[in-house]
Design a protein around this ligand. Structure first.
Ligand code: MRU
Length: 344
């Protein structure tokens, strides 16, 4: 299963809002198509959003019809439209920075075709790099997975959330592939149900033993000794290790600490935001109230019921046993060790 596939002149996007009951694809021929797909959660998950935005940027250049002199202004508009789609995952601006750097590098060539070729190549490199990083995260992560572990995960961090394989789910895949008899507890992840709809779908396809639970069951399972470790993804990591991830992650981290259960974050280093020092500075996306007022399109309360729908929360680094990246596993003190890792 692939969240994104570059087709030479367009991006094929698996519409994740329709899963698991329908496999529907969007053919994105313009940067606005890609922006709509990101905003509408057809493609989601920090690394997948970053790669999609990179291809969206390339599409902006491919479809440009004007003179070279106006090219720069148009590409600024392309960038700001893509960047404005979702605020929390830093992979989005990371990928757009890389694309813009490439654009600037070639802009002096005065040849639109040369610039287009360079931008498509850069987007393909970003996607390829994500595949490579996920495999390494899987390898490093597998070293901390015990034999026969019962692993709790949250949201979806698999192939659907990345270009391929996954981060936290990649570690679970790597453990399973290496012959460890792991069993996964997947939290359903209200309100958007990424756990129930997407993680379960991926685990079933890979025949990895799993049990679906509702989010409010996690504490009880931990209390019963049914969870050996928790591993989740990240949307943005501050240099002190504080981590933004899907709403409910913080709850799991506190519960894990209370039960002395290792709690790991898995993410490529592209999710680390060097510009911010703590989680307080991470912007938290608030989504449409109707996501909470209904489940899979079925209303559960009247339309006028007041709702709060933050899409992410911040887990302070003191609750994190380790951050598993493609360069290795970082542990506390994060402010020191994160920088050491990045210069590796
Ligand atoms: O709102 P989403 O579905 O984009 O949120 C996704 C998450 O929170 C993931 O855990 C995170 O992006 C890591 S995906 C490898």
């Amino acid at each position: 299963m692939k969240a994104l596939q570059w087709q030479g002149d367009h991006l094929l996007i698996l519409n994740q809002t329709k899963l698991p009951f329908e496999e529907q694809y969007r053919e994105a021929y313009s940067y606005t198509d890609v922006a709509d797909a990101i905003k509408g959660m057809e493609v989601r998950g920090a690394p997948a959003i970053g790669a999609a935005a990179a291809f969206g940027y390339a599409l902006g250049a491919l479809k440009y019809q004007g003179h070279i002199d106006d090219f720069k202004n148009t590409m600024e508009e392309v960038r700001s439209t893509l960047e404005g789609t979702r605020p929390t995952a830093v992979n989005l601006s990371w990928a757009l920075n890389k694309m813009e750097d490439k654009f600037r590098e070639y802009n002096d060539s005065q040849d639109i075709e040369t610039i287009r070729t360079a931008l498509v190549k850069e987007a393909e490199d970003i996607a390829e790099d994500d595949r490579r990083m996920n495999r390494l995260i899987g390898e490093y992560g597998n070293t901390v997975v015990p034999e026969k572990a019962n692993i709790l995960t949250h949201c979806n961090t698999g192939s659907l959330a990345t270009v391929e394989y996954g981060t936290a789910l990649g570690i679970i895949r790597a453990a399973h592939e290496s012959g460890k008899k792991v069993h996964v507890y997947a939290g359903e992840t209200r309100p958007f149900l990424q756990g129930a709809r997407l993680t379960v779908w991926e685990l079933v396809q890979d025949q990895i033993p799993m049990t679906l639970i509702t989010d409010n069951m996690a504490g009880y399972l931990m209390q019963q000794g049914k969870i050996d470790m928790v591993v989740v993804g990240a949307d943005r990591i501050a240099t002190n290790g504080d981590t933004a991830n899907k709403i409910g992650t913080y709850t799991l981290a506190v519960l894990a600490a209370a039960h002395d259960i290792p709690f790991y974050i898995a993410a490529p280093t592209t999710t680390i935001d060097l510009k911010i020092s703590s989680g307080n500075e991470i912007p938290i996306e608030e989504r449409d109230a109707n996501e909470v007022r209904s489940i899979m399109g079925v209303k559960i309360v009247p339309d006028d019921v007041q709702v709060y729908n933050p899409s992410f929360d911040i887990t302070p680094s003191k609750y994190i046993s380790g951050i598993i990246t493609e360069k290795g596993i970082v542990t506390a003190p994060y402010s020191v060790n994160m920088l050491k890792l990045l210069v590796k």
